[in-house]
Design a protein around this ligand. Structure first.
Ligand SMILES: Cc1ncc(COP(=O)(O)O)c(C=O)c1O
Length: 288
């Protein structure tokens, strides 16, 4: 993507650097909006239908009318991918409730949602992350009670990531009432007694698309997996811990709160499932 990036804003393709919205946009004033992040491999959006389904659920949950049907969304995403040179991209979709005449918590009912779709290069994962894994820290989950909605209102996630970085870690693993919910921008998996476990879907965490793919691949590989609560203390005896997200894929956590996880190296189940994930991506890239 060497040319200047282009973005789709409310129906028009514009240079990203010139894309503008009103300061009265409720996304700006209240964080009143939702978003998606879709990876594209070889210019082909991956699991787009699942992302558009989740976008639809987020919009419905906050009462913003979905501005487009799935076919129109797909056309916009494909247009933005092509306009940015194809290849491997992270495509960001955002819908806010729109710009109101004045700042007021109660939204008018007749607003036109603001739609932004932009893309940035999806860089290959760093070799050192694959070889050595990353550090994570456990932090209290101070977010709201509807973390299943992919809202742009991410201040608590930002603060968690900021605190993790301050402690030299790549991610914060969030804990509510003694149970792991998810990462600041990822879902969490642990290997406990040879079984892959991830917290169940519900209002406390985002139903990650990568999480679903990992569970599908685990089933196909015959790896025992469960969606069940994970106590924060369980992580102290985990053989492996991973983070999953659309942009970072499957990331092994090899240090938690400064202590090695397992033998301190990326584990064998991570290797197997990461290889399966890479193979799936390669098939997708090739058009399968
Ligand atoms: C809070 C949170 N949980 C989980 C995820 C992973 O979701 P997905 O696999 O759909 O990218 C993300 C992605 O950014 C996230 O922000």
């Amino acid at each position: 993507m060497s040319r200047a990036p282009l973005a789709h804003l409310n129906g028009a393709l514009v240079p990203l650097a010139e894309a503008r919205v009103s300061v009265l946009d409720r996304g700006f004033l209240f964080g009143d909006g939702v978003y998606e992040m879709v990876p594209a491999y070889g210019g082909r959006p991956f699991r787009l239908e699942a992302h558009l389904d989740r976008l639809g659920r987020s919009l419905a949950a906050v009462g913003i009318p979905n501005p487009h049907d799935p076919g129109r969304w797909r056309a916009i995403v494909e247009e933005v991918v092509a306009a940015n040179g194809g290849g491997d991209l992270a495509v960001y979709l955002q819908v806010t409730r729109g710009a109101a005449p004045a700042r007021d918590h109660a939204p008018p009912t007749d607003l036109r949602p603001t739609v932004l779709v932009m893309a940035s290069p999806l860089r290959p994962r760093a070799a050192e992350v694959m070889e050595a894994g990353v550090s994570a820290v456990r932090l209290e989950d101070i977010r709201w009670a509807r973390c299943d909605i992919k809202a742009v209102t991410l201040l608590a996630n930002v603060l968690a990531r900021r605190e993790a970085a301050r402690r030299g870690a790549a991610e914060a693993i969030l804990v509510r009432d003694g149970e792991v919910t998810e990462g600041a921008a990822s879902n969490v998996f642990a290997v406990l007694g040879g079984v892959l476990v991830t917290p169940p879907k519900g209002p406390r965490l985002l139903p990650g698309i990568t999480r679903d793919v990992v569970l599908e691949l685990a089933a196909a590989e015959g790896i025992p997996a469960r969606e069940a609560p994970v106590a924060a203390d369980d992580l102290d005896r985990a053989e492996e811990i991973w983070l999953t997200s659309s942009t970072r894929e499957l990331v092994p956590v090899t240090r938690l709160d400064g202590v090695p996880v397992g033998d301190g190296r990326p584990g064998p189940l991570w290797r197997r499932l990461d290889a399966a994930y890479q193979a799936l991506k390669a098939r997708h890239r090739a058009g399968a």
